[in-house]
Ligand binder design. Structure first.
Ligand SMILES: [Zn+2]
Length: 267
């Protein structure tokens, strides 16, 4: 699978309008430090192309990259995830399915879907889109979904907002070792105080439970970027923060099975 991180910020993005904190000030002159709103990930495998996390965007701003799109996987139906998709309704060609939890009936996209097809995906119900196997993952304390994606020997787990997975999801993935754990860092505490407490501990516990080989952090707020600036300690060594435009290829990863863990199709 080929991954492109199209946006890696929270819904506010970085820089945040009106904010003069060091992270936002830096992002105003350093384009590489900017984060577009929302966590939108493009996944390609063979001829298939998906967007995971919706497509946040400002009105009139083009967010969906050119080319055919086979499906969009949504953790929820919040307007912020859909704002970049509205122009697609007037597109031409094959309909584009939008998968996620049951969409609200009063949603603009449900009333007037145009080319888009809002569809309900049941949690842990396997779905196949071309060569990509998909499993919607229920999260603890949230109606949102995460997603497990599989193509050949490549496997990723993508989680919105924060590293949390409901028990049934962990059970379904108990023998399914992801190469990449990609998770939001929308910590409820705002900014983590220390590496050995709170959100980092939960992230580390989840990474160990899944057996993920790499952990990538996306959906980063300006507070978290500010906290990271100049910091040499407090960030676990096995955690990587992604940037807008970053590309990854799971084919290039070391796919040697983790010792003592059986690899078996769960998707
Ligand atoms: Zn700021």
């Amino acid at each position: 699978m080929r991954l492109s991180f199209l946006s890696t910020g929270t819904e506010a993005g970085v820089p945040v309008y009106g904010c003069d904190c060091p992270a936002c000030s830096r992002a105003r002159f350093d384009r590489s430090a900017r984060r577009r709103p929302g966590g939108c990930l493009q996944v390609e495998a063979g001829p298939a192309r998906l967007l995971v996390g919706g497509c946040p965007g400002l009105p009139g701003e083009r967010r969906v990259p050119d080319g055919r799109l086979d499906a969009i996987l949504l953790p929820d139906w919040r307007p912020g995830r859909l704002s970049g998709l509205h122009a697609l309704r007037w597109g031409v060609g094959a309909p584009i399915p939008l998968f996620g939890p049951a969409p609200p009936a009063d949603l603009d996209l449900v009333r007037e879907p145009g080319l888009l097809r809002p569809l309900t995906l049941e949690p842990l119900q396997p779905l196949r889109l071309g060569p990509i196997g998909i499993l919607a993952l229920p999260l603890t304390g949230s109606p949102e979904y995460g997603y497990a994606l599989e193509h050949g020997e490549s496997r990723i787990v993508w989680l919105p907002g924060a590293p949390r997975l409901a028990g049934p999801a962990l059970q379904a993935l108990s023998r399914w070792v992801p190469d990449l754990l990609i998770t939001g860092a929308d910590w409820e505490e705002g900014v983590p105080a220390a590496a050995d407490g709170g959100p980092w501990s939960r992230l580390s516990a989840l990474r160990v439970a899944l057996g993920a080989r790499r952990t990538l952090i996306t959906h980063v707020s300006h507070q978290l970027d500010r906290w990271r600036m100049g910091r040499m300690d407090g960030i676990p060594a096995d955690v990587e923060f992604v940037r807008d435009g970053q590309r990854e290829s799971s084919e290039a990863l070391d796919l040697t099975p983790v010792a003592g863990v059986e690899r078996e199709n769960a998707v």
